[in-house]
Design a protein around this ligand. Structure first.
Ligand code: UDP
Length: 160
């Protein structure tokens, strides 16, 4: 099969998840990837990346008018991030649940932000908030040939 994937198959969705610079600096990359792997979502793209300012601005374009926008962009470009592309049925909403509320102080224990953060401006991880944004963000952060289609051999043990 082709290694290139242009759209999720069938009812599957895609999400763009990112370990933010604080997560990388704090050595939480493995911990965060591990939570999505163990859940059963399929990794289709992964890289360590130094974010250009224009990309951070475009990614958070919807928040341009917010008072925290400038600091948010500065935070996202303050060090390397880990870009993660995930695919699976219902992945977008489920990844948001695993990630937890925007403010880590409000995030439930058991979620990534609930377990690993204390400040909304250092909330460790990003996850797309809709399937449309999932595709939009993957298009921003990954080239087509960086997304890999592969057979996940544990699928029969994950899905009936
Ligand atoms: N953010 C912030 N202060 C706020 C709200 C948000 O610094 O009061 C940052 C935070 O890093 C958050 C990002 O802006 O993750 C995007 O905000 P959004 O409301 O989209 O939250 P998310 O979808 O990341 O939970």
């Amino acid at each position: 099969p082709s290694l290139r994937v242009y759209a999720a198959q069938g009812e599957s969705e895609r999400s763009y998840v990112m370990v933010k610079p604080d997560g990388v600096q704090r050595g939480l990359v493995g911990e965060i990837i591990s939570r999505f792997e163990r859940k059963g979502f399929q990794l289709i793209g992964l890289k360590l990346f130094k974010t250009p300012k224009e990309l951070a601005e475009e990614h958070y374009g919807e928040l341009k008018e917010k008072p925290f926008y400038g600091k948010l962009v500065a935070y996202i470009i303050s060090g390397p991030v880990v870009c993660i592309a995930l695919e699976g049925p219902g992945i977008v909403a489920s990844a948001r649940k695993l990630i937890g509320a925007t403010n880590p102080l409000n995030a439930e224990p058991g979620t990534i932000r609930g377990d690993l953060g204390i400040d909304v401006g250092r909330n460790v991880v990003h996850g797309s908030d809709s399937p449309e944004n999932g595709l939009r963000e993957l298009g921003l952060w990954f080239d087509d040939d960086e997304l890999i289609q592969w057979d996940q051999h544990m699928t029969p043990w994950l899905k009936e």
